[in-house]
Design a protein around this ligand. Sequence first.
Ligand code: GDP
Ligand code: MG
Length: 440
Amino acid sequence: LSDRLQGAISQVSSGGTITEADLKQMMREIRLALLEADVNFQVVKTFVKSVNERALGSDVLKSLSPAQQVLKIVDEELTALMGGELVPLNFSAKPPTVIMMAGLQGAGKTTTVGKLAKFISEKENKKRPLLVAADVYRPAAIEQLQTIGQQLGFDVYSEGTDADPVRIAEAALNQARLQGNDVVIIDTAGRLHVNEELMAELRNIKAVANPQEILLTVDAMTGQDAINVAQSFNESLDITGVVITKLDGDTRGGAALSIRSITDKPIKFTGQGEKLDALEPFYPDRMSSRILGMGDMMTLIEKAQQDFDEEEAQKMADKIKDASFDFNDFIAQMDQVNKMGSIKDIIKMIPGLNKLPGIDEFDVSEKDMARVKAIVMSMTPLERTNPDIISQSRRKRIAAGAGQDLQAVNQLIKQFNQTRQIMSSASNGKMGNMKKMMNQ
Ligand code: GDP
Ligand code: MG
């Protein structure tokens, strides 16, 4: 999606003003981009219409940076399309809060139960979620939930495969009340396709469990189908929210764009991987930026806040501020970044830098890291803190000391200078926010 939209936008962004014909062409590209991303036809139609009306009504044609204006409108409309704002989980004033999962087989229900339990205990401070195995049709499904419970250290309520899921839900709730669990998350069975038998079972569980949340999990990679599934589940179950799973495998984001406006139910979370921490609250504005390829600053910031040792982050922020970033920091930063994921992934999330030429070569493997460290260790302390003094003859000496060839040393110094440049543009330019957040 983003490539095509970006193309449409940059087509007109070079020149100053644009004509009505340019705008028409742009709308055509936007429409195609959305359709290609499997966004529902009706949704596309309404969306393009409102963007077009706003663009025409807002003097875009006379403005100095029309492409920027249109981009802003598209961004705002995409955000609105996906619900505008984060919709948090509902918690009951009288615990336990009951969250019931629903969805087709393989959509990611059981995994999401684990992810939610972890999220709720860490972010919502509800320390004792009880996981309930109400998918009784396959022994493997129960074992899967038990494994997840064990991994996270949470209790799993199960009665094996012989019991009735509705009775299980009821009994689990009783146990939760007795044991003082503050949240109960009910895993349910799915089917390969939507059918009445499944819906009836889910409705019966809903009737006894009286859940605050019925979260439908849909697989982003099923595209248009995810939207149909969401519509049927919502019609027969009146869901309270949606979790879009496997968004890590779907670059087009079509499901995210359609589901809200088709079902009028909020997307509450997205699944971004198989691991139990790969769950993110759904912020429509961030998703819109991501789709538009403008980078997802807030997600980056949160990632940084999670993984950076705070003291380290503060030190780094100071270095960025006074531009005294040196090779010692470079190494420290590499270690930090390594914890957060690949450097390339991180940089791609930073607005303005994701289009950097050569960004794709900017990855550093473990092997590279070892080589880089060897080279830096061969520098004298003076060289490490004053990188600018590293002359040709010093480079030769460093290369020999590190057992690397001169080219490797040259390359590293080049990369270091690039990083330093990024750092300084970060503190001056578009990324002033990053500095702000690091200082918080
Ligand atoms: P269920 O049948 O609905 O309970 O689905 P499961 O939770 O068993 O998940 C089915 C498969 O999808 C498993 O292999 C999960 O690891 C995988 N999965 C679930 N959520 C995600 C996600 O967000 N990203 C990725 N890549 N895989 C996921
Ligand atoms: Mg399951």
